[in-house]
Design a protein around this ligand. Structure first.
Ligand SMILES: [Cu+2]
Length: 383
């Protein structure tokens, strides 16, 4: 039923400019009491085609017009995936076929409406828990789908920020599905876009989504990684490795080298990049070697002012953070988890190839490495 106030509110939403109420909305203000049901038929609907990470679907940084219902569709895909260049295979479970699942982008006060499909070809029930959503185990309680079923969940995006979503089908299935690949992230932008600590608008030219995963691949008696017929077949061995809490691989975007070499991220001097980094299961600490975080929402929540000039930022297991950086110098940057064992030996490294003119003021090689021999002109005598 619609009372006068709601009718008025809906009419405003349906027309044009964003009302002040919405512009300033905090999670509290965005809350509509149950008695005042919102008539969603008056809202505009938008359909989004999701894009495979590290790329992100097109979106406005500042919302145009009133909140809308944003429709997404994701298919759960169970499939075997190669997780390094040595042929190590994971019986992966994925949202939409990628590890991590795609980044979804909406604005505060929009409604996220997700159609979640579990095809008949899958072997297990799955669901989705959005850390951005309120109630119902983040939607997990309302979305458990068996193979051959689909479900539609709608939730209101009341809190601006970057948030993890993941599968949580109950009990020991939860950690197993998550470390098998079933996580992703959503970015809920403030309606008027991102701001620096002084409240000044900031824009990005590009956004990259990096999802980090700790993987636990069992080995046989000869120390070789084992391969399995199906996820179910891999379960008991995998749980044994998982419970040791030592991952065999720590990867960005599903595979050692998924974002290096030919797959490196690309940017230009002067370009501002927003890096979204999620980890659904374990702590991590992104660091851009040779660069910084100009503005970092370490916890990913845009109602808190970003920190400036960070060298490394901390992403708590079960969260997603955002770091904005304008490249000032060309070259190949390594973007790593600064546990360097995980970065170099276990896989958690990405590369950003940045084109442009070198700035000698910021850094200059005064003398290239040479054998010093008799030419050493330093003041100190050598030992
Ligand atoms: Cu699942």
């Amino acid at each position: 039923m619609m009372n006068r106030r709601n009718a008025l509110k809906s009419a405003i939403f349906a027309t044009m400019a964003v009302p002040a109420l919405i512009q300033k909305a905090s999670a509290e203000e965005a809350f509509t009491p149950v008695a005042e049901k919102v008539d969603l038929s008056k809202f505009k609907r938008k359909k989004i085609e999701l894009v495979k990470p590290p790329f992100v679907h097109e979106h406005d940084q500042v919302a145009k017009g009133a909140p809308s219902v944003v429709e997404f569709e994701m298919t759960i895909v169970e499939k075997e995936m190669e997780i390094d260049d040595e042929g190590t295979m994971l019986q992966a479970m994925t949202f939409d076929g990628s590890v991590p699942g795609p980044l979804m982008v909406v604005h505060e006060c929009d409604y996220v409406e997700l159609t979640l499909i579990n095809p008949e070809s899958n072997s297990m029930p799955h669901n989705i828990d959005f850390h951005a959503a309120t109630g119902g185990l983040g939607g997990g309680a309302l979305t458990l789908v068996n193979p051959g079923e689909l479900t539609v969940l709608r939730f209101k995006a009341t809190r601006p920020g970057t948030f993890v979503y993941h599968c949580a089908p109950g009990g020991p299935m939860i950690p197993w599905h998550v470390v098998s690949g079933m996580s992703g992230a959503i970015m809920i932008l403030p309606r008027d876009g991102l701001k620096d600590p002084e409240g000044k608008s900031v824009k990005y030219d590009t956004v990259f989504y990096i999802g980090e995963n700790d993987l636990y691949i069992p080995k046989d008696e000869d120390g070789e990684y084992k391969r399995y017929e199906s996820p179910g077949d891999s379960y008991s061995d995998t749980v044994e490795v998982m419970n040791g809490l030592i991952p065999s691989h720590v990867v960005f975007n599903g595979k050692v080298g998924a974002l290096t070499g030919d797959n490196a991220l690309k940017s230009k001097v002067g370009e501002t990049v927003l890096f979204i980094h999620s980890q659904a299961n374990r702590d991590t600490r992104p660091h851009l070697i040779g660069g910084h975080g100009d503005l970092v929402w370490e916890t990913g929540k845009f109602n808190n002012p970003p920190e400036r000039d960070l060298e490394t930022w901390f992403i708590r297991g079960g969260s997603a953070g955002a770091a904005l950086y304008r490249f000032r110098q060309p070259g190949v940057y390594a973007y790593v988890n600064h546990n360097l064992i995980e970065a170099v030996n276990l896989g958690a490294t990405a590369h950003v190839v940045v084109e442009g003119e070198w700035n000698n003021d910021l850094m200059e090689q005064v003398k290239a490495p040479i054998a010093f021999g008799q030419s050493y002109l330093g003041k100190k005598a050598l030992p």
